[in-house]
Design a protein around this ligand. Structure first.
Ligand code: BGC
Length: 479
């Protein structure tokens, strides 16, 4: 009996500390989900807003592309700045700034009196997207327990797709011409939410240790992991940092020893974009208009469900398989699906109007239906391969010493490529026609397949140290 009474307080204390840990992990997860969700929302919303913006400001094709693509240009700048900011002012303050910029940029878009100010708003939102895209996964990887780390990074990709889907749902609801303001401005609310969550979220103890703020680091570790031996944990972080201390300058990223991981990360970042995903995410409505979906409601429905909904579902499935099937197999299979479906879209467009004009006022033609089916196959193939796998590999191939900068560089290259695709997609369609444009994306899939087959090694179930050792072996064996 007496024994029982003694045990109870311990059990209660353990339950309370488990509760506290769960609460803080939910906060960390919320940061990741809001950052990814905002990224996705801002990617997806433009597809439905474009028609209204074009009406309001009478935009040329060139300006339509500028309005679309300046988010990605801002994100390129933001991702380069995000790594350095995170190191200098801390992960938490970097995320606070990202949240505030999201809200500010969204408000500017909402109130924009002319196309110039709208582009400024798009750029500011883009910077926020880029900063968050580097800071949020970095923050999560430093605060999540090792056995949840994979799932935390996957939640980021899932949140991106959920954000895109939500944007499409909003687009479908608000199709009147001036409602684009509300569509773009609405992101101010979750932007503020990210700001508030980041305000209560703990700072990364690992970052605090780099600034010799051990006492504060101890407080934050205790908040999240009340049961662990805080001093031992801090010593472990200290010695890991000490090993990394011989400062790694930017130039080390380009050192011969790390050329392979750099080529793998940057190459994957490029192939993820030049195979056309964002041409479809951004311009889905216009593609479906060309394929014969004559009414705005029909276009909105097919974009929402065939692209947005399928993307979320397929990503969910991908997360279940990603660790078992291996990165290479997923990439190689996905690229085949993407290449074949893009070829089918290219062929279908041969039967639509070469100019890309709407050909049927009565509804989708056979070629239009083929286009939808092929694009669904494309989205599924992307969602289980290049979508999540590219971000996973980028985050695991670099050695700790250069990981932050390596990830920032690969992320910036990814946004740079997204920028080029979104800036020139419509011009390409105008210049060489829809068919050839989709064939070009399909050719990049074929090139990507050969490249992955020859260059990307399997990293499944390898520890980060094993991956690092693998590069050293390869460098010495190739001289
Ligand atoms: C890509 C984004 C893309 C999204 C679509 C992400 O992995 O980086 O550019 O819009 O997937 O789901």
């Amino acid at each position: 009996m007496a024994k029982r009474i003694e045990v109870r307080p311990d059990t209660a204390a353990a339950a309370a500390s488990a509760d506290r840990m769960t609460r803080w992990l939910v906060v960390v997860l919320a940061v990741v989900i809001f950052a990814g969700g905002l990224f996705g929302y801002d990617q997806g919303v433009i597809s439905g807003a474009l028609a209204g913006i074009k009406d309001t400001f009478s935009l040329s094709v060139f300006m339509v592309q500028v309005v679309t693509s300046w988010v990605t240009l801002g994100a390129l700048v933001g991702s380069l700045a995000g790594g350095a900011m995170g190191d200098r002012i801390g992960r938490k303050r970097t995320l606070l700034i990202a949240g505030a910029l999201f809200a500010l940029g969204s408000l500017v878009q909402w109130l924009a009196p002319d196309a110039g100010i709208l582009v400024v708003g798009r750029f500011v939102v883009g910077v926020a997207v880029g900063v968050a895209a580097v800071a949020a996964p970095l923050y999560a990887s430093e605060l999540s327990p090792a056995n949840f780390r994979g799932r935390f990074i996957s939640s980021y990709q899932l949140a991106i797709t959920a954000g895109i889907f939500l944007a499409y749902l909003v687009n479908a609801q608000l199709s009147a011409s001036e409602s684009w303001r509300l569509m773009l401005g609405a992101a101010a609310v979750p932007g503020l939410a990210l700001f508030v969550i980041a305000l209560v979220a703990p700072e990364s103890p690992r970052w605090l240790m780099t600034k010799n703020r051990r006492a504060e680091a101890a407080v934050d570790i205790r908040k999240i992991y009340p049961q662990i031996d805080v001093e031992r944990q801090l010593d472990a972080i200290h010695s890991a940092l000490h090993e990394e201390e011989q400062a790694a300058p930017w130039s080390e990223i380009f050192a011969k020893e790390w050329r392979r991981p750099l080529v793998v990360a940057v190459g994957l970042a490029i192939f993820q974009q030049i195979t056309g995903i964002n041409a479809i995410i951004y311009y889905a409505n216009q593609i479906f208009a060309s394929a014969g979906f004559a009414t705005e409601a029909a276009r909105a429905a097919v974009t929402t469900w065939a692209i947005g909904g399928v993307n979320v579902l397929a990503t969910l499935i991908a997360i279940a398989f990603i660790d078992n099937m291996g990165r290479r197999k997923l990439l190689l299979t996905g690229l085949i699906g993407m290449g074949v479906s893009l070829t089918a879209v290219g062929v279908a467009f041969q039967f639509i109007a070469p100019s890309g004009a709407v050909v049927s006022a009565t509804g989708p033609t056979t070629a239009g239906i083929v286009t939808v089916v092929a694009l669904v196959v494309f989205i599924i193939s992307f969602a289980f391969s290049l979508g999540p796998v590219v971000w996973t590999v980028i985050n695991e191939v670099f050695p700790a010493r250069i990981r932050g900068r390596g990830v920032a560089l690969a992320t910036a290259v990814n946004w740079g490529s997204a920028y080029l695709v979104s800036q020139f997609f419509l011009s390409l369609v105008e210049g060489i026609g829809s068919s050839l444009t989709f064939f070009l994306f399909a050719m990049f899939c074929a090139a990507g397949w050969v490249w992955v087959y020859r260059i990307v090694p399997e990293t499944k179930r390898k520890s980060l140290e094993q991956i690092q050792a693998m590069w050293s072996e390869k460098a010495s064996s190739t001289g």
